[in-house]
Design a protein around this ligand. Structure first.
Ligand code: UGA
Length: 442
């Protein structure tokens, strides 16, 4: 029998998972307590920008393979496998993760579970959460032991969400029974047949594999950004340094791009929640290095502000600053903990008039940071600017003609916060180019 799938929480992760499960051939119900989101999705609209997702959503909503609801009773009645995909944001004023949305799902769904089914957590949670939730399912579900829990962390990247879900580089499942493993082997049969590594483990290891992966990625980025700091003092070029060490395949060149550092809804909050959880477990010393990872990351933002100020003769007062990029990374309209907007905000507070342009993130940026000025094109953002800051490496920005842009600015200073522009072209067009960690660049 083919499993019927429900996906609870239709944010980034849930919408992508629901659509991809439908694409894999399953009957799917997506559920969210936010009825506005459900209405939009039922009409075929994805409420955020993710390449390839909307056409697939439309295809499966139209075929009827993917339905949407806001009723737990309906979900419980329909699904054999219930994926939990709600968010676990950073708690206000603390480092720890807020797992209340995950708890709400279990409290809301479990009392309706009257037949055999498997709940599968995909959200990023502090280690130990699954154990606690499994107990709650046992206490609340009328189905008793026939309602089980598994943990199956998600490793998708924004901008590649569909590809990463359909063709993941690995699948990790934390289970407490052979039956749960069997069910997930059926759900992921296509990926397993295609050779995707399938790791079966306990809850704790599955939960940890997600935060450990994000902590490693954050550490890698902060490592190269620490090297950038050194290069600034020693006269080295961090981009060349990254190439030089990245050719060693034990190190690898991926995630060694230096610049204004990491942001987004995952890496920053996940390393903080990981530290908080380690403290609760009495293992805080194991992760104190992540404090440094976080500190290096934040220092890159203030360094970018300093560089921009230097281009404005030491003071932002009365100066115009153009900011190219608002999303936390290209191919996304996500502005959560965006380094670009953080830098833009800091500069504005120091007296400059800041004009921001981003190809996709303007609506989100102006909603969350309404006090910045937003321009509707690169040229409009850069008009009369004393310095242009390149803070999100969209293709559109890399393709800028520096000769033409040079005609609209007040002075030709560019700070490349992503070390992604072609230095030679910009310098040939009369610009003073400054990259982070590129002490040797003239
Ligand atoms: C990250 C992880 O890469 C995913 O594997 C994980 O599933 C996801 O978090 C999650 O926890 O849900 P994502 O937040 O989409 O994915 O973004 P990344 O591509 O990891 O980029 C994070 C930040 O690091 C961005 O601000 C990016 O600009 C920055 N970055 C990335 C660098 O500064 N340098 C690099 O070399 C790479």
């Amino acid at each position: 029998m083919t499993q019927r799938i429900s996906v609870i929480g239709t944010g980034y992760l849930g919408t992508t998972h629901a659509v991809c499960m439908a694409e894999l051939g399953f009957e799917v119900v997506g559920m969210d307590v936010d009825t506005e989101k459900i209405t939009k999705l039922s009409q075929g609209y994805v409420p955020f920008y993710e390449p390839d997702l909307e056409p697939l959503l439309r295809k499966h909503v139209e075929s009827g393979r993917l339905r949407l609801t806001s009723s737990y009773a309906e979900v419980a009645d329909f699904g054999d496998v219930h994926f939990i995909c709600v968010g676990t944001p950073q708690r206000k004023g603390e480092f720890a993760a807020d797992v209340s949305y995950v708890e709400d799902v279990v409290e809301g769904l479990a009392p309706h579970l009257r037949r055999q089914c498997l709940l599968v957590g995909k959200s990023t949670v502090p280690v130990g959460t699954a154990d606690h939730l499994a107990q709650r399912v046992a206490e609340l579900a009328p189905a008793g032991a026939a309602a089980e829990l598994a943990w199956n962390p998600e490793f998708l990247r924004e901008g590649f969400a569909v590809e990463d879900t359909l063709k993941p580089d690995r699948l990790v499942i934390g289970v407490s029974s052979d039956h749960a493993e069997q069910v997930l082997r059926e759900v992921y049969a296509e990926q397993i047949a295609a050779g995707t590594p399938f790791l079966v483990t306990n809850y704790a290891t599955a939960e940890l594999s997600k935060v450990a992966a994000n902590a490693f990625l954050a550490t890698k980025i902060s490592f190269i950004n620490a090297m950038a700091e050194l290069c600034e003092h020693a006269g080295g070029d961090v981009t060349m340094l990254a190439d030089a060490i990245g050719y060693d395949d034990r190190i690898g060149r991926k995630f060694l791009n230096s610049g204004i550092g990491f942001g987004g809804g995952c890496l920053p909050k996940d390393i903080r929640a990981f530290m908080a959880r380690a403290g609760e477990l009495g293992a805080d010393q194991a992760l104190t290095f992540l404090r440094e990872v976080d500190a290096i990351n934040i220092r890159r933002r203030t360094r970018t502000v300093d560089m921009a100020r230097e281009c404005c003769d030491g003071s932002f007062v009365g100066k115009r600053v153009a900011v190219l990029g608002a999303a936390f990374k290209p191919n996304s309209d996500d502005v959560r903990d965006s380094p670009a907007l953080n830098v833009a905000g800091l500069i504005q507070l120091q007296g400059a008039q800041v004009s921001v342009y981003d190809p996709k993130a303007m609506t989100n940026a102006s909603r969350y940071f309404p006090t910045l000025d937003y321009a509707d094109s690169i040229k409009a953002a850069c008009g009369g600017a004393h310095v242009v800051l390149h803070l999100t490496e969209w293709r559109e920005f890399r393709d800028i003609d520096p000769v033409q842009l040079g005609e609209v600015v007040a002075q030709r200073y560019v700070v490349d916060g992503r070390n992604a522009l072609d230095v030679g072209r910009w310098e040939a067009a009369g610009w003073t180019y400054r990259g982070l960690g590129r002490g040797v660049v003239s």
